[in-house]
Write a protein that binds this ligand. Structure first.
Ligand code: NDP
Ligand code: OXD
Length: 308
């Protein structure tokens, strides 16, 4: 029997994604999902509507065209349906370069030098002590753990925080709510790479951010709902935080009137810290479909109870 695959992503032209899937699955029938489409064996989707799940009752697996599954787990999903997230697929290196860039830009005061250059000002600022500049990474999963290793290349002390106890090369690891305060107390820069779940929503609010050392810097590359926007603005305006680089927002695109756009201490990027790469992601998913057809297990299965 021919394997049938349906694809859905309302945010982009599906044709390049279909072309790669078809190239890697030459014997399969790969089509865009439309309302009322025939039953398929696999769905490959980003933020699908509930109708896709309700109509596609014979799916053997649902593949998320991304790492974060917060949009998927909001749907009513059959408990038996395996949901598989992207497992790096070229995102780790992008996330590492984005985070290192943001941290180093702050650590080396490059934004300040750019402003000086625009005014023709020749002024050396005192160098910060690297050994005092601990970078903390919240979330030590597929992406967070790679980011810690990239930061280590620049000799920053790196601390990490996860839900369960982890051991990551050269990283001082903290776990769970009980160790959060100790973790935060030393982070001169804090990077958020947590999944969005009931436990992590709004985590970057006053209570947590105010436990950072004075003058700390925030990099949020996870989800906008991790940040309590007004609390962040208040801490920046009070001088308790030095600045923030934000790639993700509660509403995307970030509305034109949002204060983050114009805040002098905030750098905004449009959710590009780690983009889903067409070739890498579709090749990975096609490989996993073939593995499942052979009766093998695949990496990246989402725990629906945990929400990531
Ligand atoms: P993973 O699921 O691989 O890792 C998640 C990590 O977060 C794990 O270490 C996990 O702990 C930890 N964690 C989960 N819940 C808690 C909690 N309550 N308290 C403490 N730690 C917790 O995720 P990825 O590394 O692949 O991706 C992280 C997120 O990055 C995605 O969910 C997505 O939202 C975002 N993302 C953003 C992109 C962008 O372009 N801006 C692109 C790709 C992803 P444990 O190890 O114990 O399970
Ligand atoms: C993802 C994303 O989760 O692009 O993959 O945000």
């Amino acid at each position: 029997m021919t394997t049938r695959v349906v694809f859905f992503d309302a945010s982009s032209d599906p044709q390049p994604w279909l072309a790669v899937l078809r190239r890697h699955l030459p014997a399969a029938r790969v089509e865009v999902w439309v309302d009322g489409a025939e039953p398929a064996d696999y769905a490959v989707a980003w933020a699908p509507p509930q109708a896709l799940i309700d109509q596609q009752t014979r799916l053997k697996a649902l593949f998320n065209v991304g790492a974060g599954v917060d949009r998927l787990v909001q749907l009513r999903l059959p408990g038996h349906l395996p949901v598989v997230r992207l497992d790096d697929a070229g995102m780790g290196v992008q996330m590492s370069e984005y985070v290192c860039h943001a941290v180093i830009r702050h650590f080396r005061a490059f934004a300040g030098y750019q402003a000086q250059a625009a005014e023709g000002v020749w002024l050396r600022r005192p160098a910060l002590r690297r050994s005092d500049f601990t970078v903390g990474v919240m979330g030590l999963g597929v992406l967070g753990s790679q980011v810690t290793q990239a930061l280590r290349q620049f000799d920053f002390p790196v601390h990490g925080w996860s839900r369960s106890a982890r051991a990551v090369d050269g990283v001082r690891c903290f776990a769970g709510a009980a160790q959060l305060a100790d973790f935060l107390a030393q982070c001169r820069a804090l990077v958020c790479l947590l999944p969005l779940t009931a436990d992590t929503r709004d985590i970057l609010g006053h209570a947590v951010l105010s436990q950072l050392p004075g003058g700390a810097y925030l990099v949020n590359v996870a989800r906008g709902e991790h940040v309590v926007d007004d609390d962040l603005l208040a801490l920046l305006d009070a001088g308790q935080l030095a600045g923030a680089t934000l790639d993700v927002f509660r509403t995307e695109p970030l509305p034109p009137q949002h204060a983050f756009w114009r805040h002098p201490k905030i750098t905004v990027t449009p959710h590009i810290s780690a983009q889903t790469l067409c070739e890498e992601s579709m090749a990975q998913i096609a490989g996993k479909i073939q593995a499942l057809e052979r009766g093998e297990t695949v990496a990246g299965r989402v725990d629906l109870q945990r929400g990531y």
